[in-house]
Design a protein around this ligand. Structure first.
Ligand SMILES: [Mn+2]
Length: 310
């Protein structure tokens, strides 16, 4: 075979292979947070750089922090994905819990998972690539992967990686933060041309601005249902810069929590509002706790655990 014929043949088979291979849908969990959205975008970038066609999606509305990050970095908001089917091939980031994924996930073909959570029961018919590491965020794992395979992230991708680390680690205050995460953040700040602390402050300000959200939207911003001791609880958390926001909305919040308890046939809705104090290292020192059940029972007392815990 002549060299030209060989080249033509290779090109033809390469293009037909590309046409036949499906575009991977990359996404994280429902009620997306910053790490889930940025990790989906970053992993789609990595896959495309590896010549695996991939598109990032989100499974819900952006929270104000993620909205700030994408605008600050000039990155387009990924499209919303309603569900997946048996025809789809997907890549999952930042979760491996089927309850946090679209219903069709058990029928879809899973190409790979990149996650930093504990094993949570996702199964698949075929062998797949799984990269799980105990780092503070999915994007921290993705940066380690990029370094390993010699991919250098462009500015905006480095910014997305940094945002995932800063968000999930609460700017390194979370106990899940490792020394490697801090090293990654410092390197990514340089690559993205961002001052790490200033960027984190901007994210925190955006997160704290919840004026436009209704009490029920506040409760659903970062939330999960747990069954503990036979009781079904919805546990919601909110991080803010000051307690005055959620305190001012306390009555409306508790009313919305009672409604949710009845609507979803729950035993209780717990809402934790944590705010950061720059003078303290831990973010768990300052927490407001609200319970729909205790409020309903009239057990709220002055100085009880529903008030500020210092
Ligand atoms: Mn995460």
């Amino acid at each position: 075979m002549s060299l030209l014929a060989w080249c033509l043949l290779s090109a033809a088979s390469a293009s037909s292979a590309a046409a036949a291979s499906p575009v991977l849908a990359v996404f994280g969990h429902k009620v997306p947070d910053t790490d889930t959205v940025t990790a989906a975008l970053v992993y789609a970038w990595e896959l495309n750089a590896r010549n695996i066609s991939a598109t990032a999606y989100r499974l819900g509305e952006l929270n104000p922090e993620t909205d700030f990050v994408l605008k600050r970095l000039g990155v387009t908001v990924p499209p919303l994905l309603a569900d997946v089917s048996g025809k789809d091939t997907v890549a999952v980031v930042d979760t491996n819990n089927p309850q946090e994924l679209p219903e069709g996930i058990l029928k879809a073909s899973i190409h790979s998972i990149v996650d930093h959570h504990k094993l949570s029961g996702l199964t698949n018919a075929e062998p797949l690539e799984v990269d799980m590491r105990p780092l503070c965020s999915a994007t921290s794992i993705l940066y380690a992967r990029a370094k390993l395979i010699g991919l250098s992230p462009p500015k905006e991708v480095a910014g997305l990686m940094l945002a995932g680390i800063l968000s999930d680690s609460l700017e390194f205050r979370s106990p899940t933060t490792t020394e490697l995460d801090k090293t990654h953040a410092a390197e990514l700040g340089k690559l993205a041309g961002l001052d790490v602390h200033d960027f984190a402050e901007g994210m925190l300000e955006a997160k704290a601005n919840v004026d436009h959200l209704s009490p029920s939207e506040l409760i659903m911003m970062d939330t999960k249902i747990f069954t503990i001791g036979g009781k079904k609880l919805r546990v919601s958390v909110m991080e803010t810069t000051k307690a005055s926001g959620p305190l001012a909305k306390k009555d409306e919040l508790v009313a919305a929590m009672k409604k949710l308890t009845a609507d979803e046939k729950l035993d209780d809705v717990l809402f934790f509002a944590a705010w950061q104090d720059s003078a303290k290292k831990s973010s768990t020192d300052n927490v407001l706790r609200f319970s729909a059940l205790i409020e309903s029972l009239g057990a709220l007392r002055q100085g009880s655990d529903l008030n500020i815990v210092q």
